[in-house]
Design a protein around this ligand. Structure first.
Ligand SMILES: [Zn+2]
Length: 442
């Protein structure tokens, strides 16, 4: 919201209620946002081979840069440039300077991430940290282009390669142009170019809006429990089932095992195409669910459990063999990613909380008891409340977030709005329950 847009509103509201005005100003904020779209330009064989050659040299430049950074334990772009630029130029003579710089930037970022991961791992498993694989790029890589190496004017795309600059015409889908138009502040920021499994050249166009205005949603806090049987269950009691996904996965698992036994060349080809089908199905499903969640009105925060550590996943699936198989190809992080970026646009926050004991704790009396859970039913042995186990977990996730927010001083984060599941009187305020009966060890 610009200053001009606020001032008349400010003037009107000052006469009514200053408190409300303050709230209004606080719920609007400006943020940086990024969106991308993939297109497949039609290129000649000569142009494709130029891109393949560029990829090879780009990967070599990246590997040299990352090796140099790790050996000198540095993450400075300037240091890298002074030490390694000349050598990279000698090693990859036809790689354009702009792309050498892009490879250098990507290498610096990769080494930074690698350092963070390694430091974390060192605390728990020092030996594993020693053996951790260094960041490297294969010859078939995706290259990052910045505005100096790729330009887009209307529908004409030009980008540099080892040979000469490729000029091609692309078609951007209409909906994308309308939604992310330059009149609303969206700018073309670069592209990722590479070659996919089917040997098609793909161009991933990146658009940025440095000051995207977000109006924060005013509403309730909803906990989400992710699982294998129900992809998502909300603390309001809504289930997004995984019946279809499991059916499709079962089917592909069956077909795959048959093909792997055969092992002929056509069987291998079929295996590749099957993996594509399965992936597309899962992506579509995650898109649909996250879109539905992000477009729900009256929600201000979605609370998810933090499943980033592998231990958490193991806990979630226990140690059953079938369960482990499902867990292994469960796309929880993809859903997380899609939900986060869709919610951001609609002013809904996505928060993460500690996932421990969320499925073993009673959401009403907060007693942790493993035996209370029987299949998908949670019947508390202490207070007698009974509900779907996933709903119980989702409520616990939401309450964990509220407790954390209260502890860190954002006391007014949640207004009691009644309980999504059965077994809790509507009149009892949420905050009281939480403070008078603190949860066990979680
Ligand atoms: Zn209970």
């Amino acid at each position: 919201m610009t200053a001009d847009a606020i001032s008349p509103v400010t003037f009107c509201l000052l006469q009514f209620n200053c408190v409300f005005l303050k709230e209004l100003l606080e719920t609007c904020y400006v943020t940086y946002m990024r969106r991308s779209i993939t297109v497949f330009p039609k290129l000649t064989d000569k142009e494709v081979s130029a891109i393949v050659e560029t990829g090879k040299q780009y990967a070599r430049a990246f590997n040299m840069a990352s090796e140099c950074l790790i050996n000198n334990s540095s993450t400075s772009k300037r240091f890298l440039h002074n030490v390694q630029y000349g050598r990279i130029k000698d090693e990859c003579p036809s790689l354009p300077t702009g792309l050498v710089q892009c490879a250098r930037d990507v290498a610096v970022e990769a080494v930074k991430t690698w350092n963070v991961k390694r430091t974390k791992l060192k605390q728990k498993h020092p030996k594993k940290a020693e053996r951790m694989k260094r960041p490297s790029m294969k010859e078939k890589c995706t290259m990052r282009y910045d505005v100096r190496t790729v330009t887009l004017r209307g529908s004409q795309l030009t980008f540099s390669t080892c040979d000469k600059r490729i000029k091609t015409i692309i078609t951007i889908p209409e909906f994308f142009g309308e939604r992310y138009s330059s009149s609303e502040g969206w700018k073309f920021k670069g592209a990722n170019i590479g070659i996919d499994k089917k040997r098609r050249v793909f161009v991933n166009l990146i658009y940025e809006c440095p000051d995207y205005e977000i109006v924060e949603n005013d509403g309730k806090i909803v906990g989400l429990d992710r699982g294998v049987y129900n992809i998502v269950t909300t603390s309001e009691g809504v289930h997004y089932g995984a019946k279809d996904a499991r059916r499709v996965k079962r089917k592909y698992n069956y077909v795959r095992s048959g093909l792997q036994e055969k092992g002929t060349r056509s069987a291998k080809r079929r295996l590749v195409s099957i993996s594509g089908c399965e992936k597309r199905f899962v992506h579509d499903q995650n898109h649909c669910i996250s879109k539905k969640l992000a477009n729900t009105d009256d929600v201000s925060v979605y609370v998810l459990e933090d499943l980033s550590s592998m231990n958490m996943l193991r806990l979630k699936g226990k140690s059953n063999k079938t369960m482990r198989k499902w867990i292994s190809n469960w796309s929880y992080s993809d859903l997380e990613f899609k939900l986060t970026y869709k919610c951001q646009k609609n002013g809904i926050k996505v928060e993460f909380v500690d996932a421990r004991y969320t499925s073993r704790k009673c959401s009403v009396c907060k007693t942790i008891d493993k035996a209370s859970r029987n299949g998908n039913r949670y019947t508390c042995r202490h207070c007698g409340s009974s509900m779907h186990a996933d709903v119980n977990a989702a409520i616990n996730i939401r309450d964990n977030y509220i407790t954390r927010a209260q502890k860190s001083g954002q006391a007014a984060v949640n207004q009691p709005y009644g309980w999504g599941a059965r077994g809790k009187p509507e009149t009892e305020p949420l905050g009281q329950t939480l403070t008078s009966k603190p949860s066990g060890s979680s």
